[in-house]
Design a protein around this ligand. Structure first.
Ligand code: FEO
Length: 399
């Protein structure tokens, strides 16, 4: 099925009825969406009752209603809310207005957040516990708490009769596509990795526990709330296990900004020196930063090198911004080094290292050049490349 804006059948009696948002380019006014996104909502029809799993971002609510009309849905008994963030919950008040008999089904924490965020009354809710089941007649929704993907209240629904896990943000991908099923598409893998890096990575430990919690569920389909549906769940489960594992790669993310070319020269020299030592280098110019690409780069790179000139005695603000973002994302990076050029004096190193409060990293010797780098500076960059190689050898990822 390729038509985007129509209700899409997942299986008989199960439909994706949400909205594809091809035009959205930013999420949370922070995260770039180069490929748009979708807000998936699922209609499940049992022999006695009908449930809607999540809604859509409020500006797209008319599309959800249109899809329900296409399917001839006149009654909805339950609106399941897996996550209080408004791209999934924001349509609930309008749903309740249109389907006044519906109850919002969620856990206590999510209920309280929905009452705060959407000004809903407690009487609108049916509150469920972890593992509790709700029969629709011939189909059963089992609620599974999977906290911190990526808010504290998040949960999923498992439909044992059809072996489908409705995982909400967990396993999602910001990808606007009319293709319903992911298969093993490279584009889906990359979008899911970008999503993991930007949204899930700070909660790596909790995600590991959640993967463990669902590992014995028989699964034919994982249906997230963003992007295509996984008809081969192994594809995304293996990717997640790899991303959350403690394994790092023999890679350096080299993110720099340069005003007059001196720091750029240092970054380029260091990149060559690392490549000569058979270390993969992912280079980013922070002046043209795509936050998502930087986040993807640090999913499993062993080392981060940041290059920053000194501005007004401190770090260039673009480098400070990138450092703040990396610190918030809490990658499993093990080593960090700073390089950069300065004019007369400065506190670039102190400022940037002071921003890495949440990273458990070993800081390598910085390399600072006064003005344009010269022989002694290049020699120091060679020593830094040697130090990176030695560290990678120590942890068994380089020869
Ligand atoms: Fe897709 Fe956390 O909302």
């Amino acid at each position: 099925m390729t038509r985007a804006q129509a209700a899409r059948q997942v299986k008989a009696g199960i439909y994706e009825v949400g909205a594809i948002d091809r035009d959205r380019r930013l999420f949370d006014e922070l995260i770039p969406l180069p490929d748009g996104t979708s807000y998936n909502a699922y209609l499940i029809q049992g022999s006695e009752r009908t449930a809607l799993l999540d809604t859509v971002d409020p500006p797209k609510i008319d599309l959800l209603f249109e899809h329900l009309e296409q399917l001839g849905v006149t009654d909805i008994d339950y609106v399941i809310s897996h996550h209080a963030e408004q791209d999934h919950s924001g349509g609930i008040p309008a749903m309740l207005e249109r389907y006044p008999g519906a109850k919002v089904v969620t856990n206590a924490k999510c209920r309280d957040m929905l009452m705060d965020l959407l000004c809903l009354g407690e009487e609108e809710f049916l509150t469920v516990e972890d593992g509790q089941e709700l029969s629709l007649g011939g189909r059963t929704l089992r609620f599974i708490k999977l906290p911190w993907v990526h808010w504290p209240e998040t949960m999923a629904s498992y439909l044992p009769e059809d072996r489908i896990l409705f995982s909400c943000d967990f396993f999602g991908a910001h990808l606007a596509t009319g293709t319903l099923f992911a298969g093993e598409e490279r584009a889906v893998y990359e979008a899911a990795q970008r999503y993991y890096a930007e949204i899930m990575m700070p909660f790596r430990g909790q995600i590991t526990k959640n993967l463990e919690k669902i590992k014995d569920l028989p699964l034919e389909i994982i249906a997230p709330s963003h992007g295509p549906i996984y008809d081969n769940p192994r594809f995304i489960l293996e990717a997640y296990r790899d991303w959350v594992s403690d394994k790092v790669k023999n890679e350096v993310v080299l993110a720099y900004v340069s005003m007059h070319g001196s720091t750029k020269k240092m970054a380029e020299y260091l990149a060559e020196a690392l490549i000569k030592r058979r270390i993969t280098v992912k280079q980013f110019d922070l002046a043209e930063l795509d936050l998502g690409k930087l986040a993807m780069g640090i999913v499993d790179a062993a080392t981060l090198v940041m290059g920053a000139p000194t501005v007004l005695t401190g770090a260039h603000p673009l480098a400070a911004y990138a450092a703040l973002v990396v610190n918030a994302l809490r990658p499993k990076t093990k080593f960090v080094a700073l390089i950069g050029s300065y004019g007369w004096a400065g506190k670039m190193v102190e400022e940037l290292t002071g921003l890495f409060t949440r990273l458990k990293v070993e800081l390598l010797e910085p390399v600072l050049a006064r003005g344009y780098p010269r022989e002694a500076d290049f020699a120091a960059l060679d020593r830094l490349a040697d130090a990176v190689l030695a560290k990678h050898q120590e942890i068994g990822i380089a020869r």
